[in-house]
Design a protein. Structure first.
Length: 278
C-alpha cells in the first residue's frame, strides 16, 4: 500500500548553527515544526553522564518521533530495528508488519500530502552505509555532508567508520528529527541542517543515497562536486545513468526496509563516485 512513495529533498533558506541536546525537543515536537533561524546540532555528550538518564532521554525522543509519524499514519507505529545489510546500525523505522488493508481516505490524503520518507531505510541508503563501514578509509577523519539524509543511516555509518564530522542535510524537519533520534540510538554525533546553504565549513566528502529518484534532480550531479573534493552517490531509480564525471564502483541487490515489495528494478543499487578527470 506504500507504492506511491517518492522523495524530494531540496531546500533553499540559509540558516545558522546552534547546539542542542536530546532533552530539547523543539525539533521533535511536531511534524510541521519550523527550524526558525537555526541549524540543530545533536551531541550525545550533551546528555547526563548517567547511562540510565541517557536512555530515558532517547526513549522520550523516540516517542516524540512516533507522535510525528501519527500525524501522517495514525494506524502505524515505529520500532527500533537493525537494518539487514548493516545489523550493527539500529534505526527507528516503520513497523515491519505493515497493514495489508487500504488506508482510510483521510489518512491516504495526509500521506500523499506529507509522506514520511524518513521512517524507511531505503535500499540505496543501506548499500552506501554498508560500503562506508567496509571502507572506513573513505571517511576517516573527514568532514562530510549526508545529502538528503532521511533516516540518517548513511551519516551514522560514516561516523561509525571514523568520520570527523557529519552534517545531515534534509529539507524535511521530521527527517532531521529522525536523524537526531537515530544518531542517539547509535551513540554518534550528527550536525543537522535544512539545506546546503546552511553549511559554512569546508567539506571533504558528500554522500547521497536515493536523491536521483526524479530526473529533475540530476542537476545535483554537477552541483554537489562544487562543494566537496569527493562525492559518493547510491541510486536505484534512474535508468541509464550516464555522466562523464562519475564512475561505477559497484552494483548490489538490496531492498528498502521495511520491505515495500517494490519492483525488482528498484532493488538494483548502483554506487558511483565523482571523478575530476575531464
Amino acid at each position: 500500500m506504500f507504492g506511491w512513495l517518492r522523495k524530494d529533498k531540496r531546500g533553499s533558506k540559509s540558516q545558522k548553527v546552534k547546539r542542542i541536546g536530546l532533552t530539547d525537543h523543539r525539533i521533535l515536537h511536531d511534524r510541521t515544526v519550523s527550524l526558525g533561524s537555526s541549524v540543530t546540532h545533536l551531541d550525545p555528550s550533551d546528555q547526563p553522564a548517567s547511562s540510565c538518564m541517557k536512555e530515558i532521554s532517547t526513549t522520550a525522543a523516540f516517542k516524540h518521533l512516533e507522535t510525528i509519524l501519527h500525524q501522517t499514519l495514525p494506524s502505524c507505529a515505529l520500532e527500533r530495528s537493525p537494518i539487514p545489510l548493516c545489523p550493527s546500525i539500529e534505526l527507528a523505522l516503520l513497523q515491519a508488519e505493515l497493514p495489508q488493508t487500504p488506508l482510510p481516505d483521510d489518512e491516504m490524503r495526509q500521506v500523499l500530502a506529507s509522506p514520511a520518507y524518513w521512517c524507511f531505510c531505503w535500499a540505496s541508503g543501506q548499500v552506501l552505509a554498508q560500503y562506508l563501514l567496509a571502507h572506513p578509509e573513505r571517511v576517516a577523519g573527514k568532514s562530510i555532508i549526508d545529502f538528503g539524509a532521511g533516516s540518517g543511516v548513511v551519516g551514522i555509518a560514516a561516523m561509525l567508520a571514523g568520520a570527523r564530522e557529519v552534517l545531515a542535510v534534509d529539507l524535511d524537519p521530521a527527517a532531521l528529527a529522525a536523524c537526531a533520534v537515530n544518531a542517539a540510538i547509535n551513540d554518534v554525533q550528527l550536525t543537522l541542517a535544512p539545506d546546503l546553504n546552511a553549511i559554512q565549513t569546508p567539506i571533504d566528502l558528500i554522500i547521497a543515497a536515493d536523491v536521483l529518484y526524479d530526473r529533475d534532480n540530476l542537476h545535483f550531479l554537477d552541483a554537489l562536486p562544487t562543494l566537496a573534493t569527493d562525492v559518493l552517490i547510491a541510486d536505484s531509480r534512474i535508468k541509464n545513468f550516464n555522466h562523464r564525471h562519475y564512475r561505477l564502483l559497484q552494483t548490489q541487490t538490496a531492498t528498502t526496509w521495511p520491505d515495500l515489495e517494490e519492483y525488482p528494478e528498484y532493488n538494483q543499487v548502483r554506487l558511483f563516485e565523482h571523478t575530476r578527470s575531464s
